[in-house]
Design a protein around this ligand. Structure first.
Ligand SMILES: Nc1ncnc2c1ncn2[C@@H]1O[C@H](COP(=O)(O)OP(=O)(O)OP(=O)(O)O)[C@@H](O)[C@H]1O
Ligand SMILES: [Mg+2]
Length: 249
């Protein structure tokens, strides 16, 4: 049986000063090597969940293990194993792509020849060979997204978290992004990504979890969810049938 790489039980999160819980007893498990989609309406808790898994914010209660290590206790053991591609572009706009990669590479502890090699590979992966020495602020939206993704892959993490990696991206860049993700996934990297593009999740994810109001309300393959949710011909219909049609923001 495939090893579980992320296990979350009864996770809660209350932000300081907030009246409501952002996560209210979330259960989730992701298997080694999965391409996993974390779906849910605005405010359902996707970014909060990813931020806790990456150690950016503290959980209020619950049990979490990542690659066999408990968090928040063993974050230092987990950090080299994970990569995060945040929703907002996390690159320095007035540095070139190469300078950004060099900066983040140093943070990950890469040096010398192995850093130079990974920088070359990441430039290639992002399809930015002709722009590597240009400042990020001169990049188009799609180029920034590809650069942001490549920066998250620099240290070859075992697990990568992507928060809406294809937002505001044209179909060409989107294809490149999914080629990259499918390629690293076929080489064994576990992918957890959030999106509001449900046709994309249906096409690429082995399994998805749908969240609503701080909980996971279902978790299965897109195929099984469509089969088992009455009146649903695709994942978009599953989503609306399970989370309702009222606005969330
Ligand atoms: N720093 C914060 N302080 C207080 N409340 C927060 C904070 N960040 C998020 N929240 C609240 O926590 C809940 C979950 O938010 P979160 O950003 O995790 O949702 P999301 O599923 O990522 O939404 P979206 O699809 O819009 O990105 C929301 O009610 C949000 O208002
Ligand atoms: Mg979010």
């Amino acid at each position: 049986m495939t090893e579980v790489i992320i296990q979350i039980q009864e996770l809660t999160k209350q932000y300081p000063g907030a009246k409501e819980l952002a996560l209210r007893g979330l259960d989730l498990s992701v298997k080694q090597g999965e391409f996993f989609g974390l779906l849910g309406p605005n405010g359902s808790g996707k970014t909060t969940t990813i931020s806790i898994l990456c150690g950016l914010i503290q959980p209020t209660s619950g049990h979490i293990s990542v690659a066999g290590h408990k968090i928040p206790g063993h974050l230092n053991a987990i950090k080299p194993l994970i990569g995060l591609v945040p929703q907002d572009i996390a690159l320095y706009p007035t540095l070139t792509f190469v300078e950004n990669l060099s900066f983040f590479g140093h943070l990950y502890g890469l040096r010398g020849q192995s850093l130079r090699q990974r920088i070359e590979q990441c430039i290639e992966i992002a399809g930015l060979n002709n722009f590597a020495d240009k400042m990020i602020k001169t990049y188009s939206g799609g180029m920034k997204r590809r650069a942001n993704l490549a920066a998250g892959l620099l240290h070859q993490p075992k697990i990568i978290f992507l928060d809406e990696p294809t937002v505001n991206v044209d179909p060409q860049s989107r294809n490149v992004i999914f080629d990259i993700l499918q390629n690293i996934n076929s080489n064994g990297t576990t992918i957890i990504y959030t999106t509001h593009y449900l046709e994309e999740a249906q096409q690429f994810c082995h399994r998805v979890a749908i969240m609503d109001q701080g909980k996971v309300i279902c978790q299965d393959t897109p195929h099984n969810l469509i089969k088992n949710t009455a009146g649903s011909r695709d994942l978009g219909e599953v989503f609306l049938n399970l989370t309702g049609r009222h606005l969330r923001d």
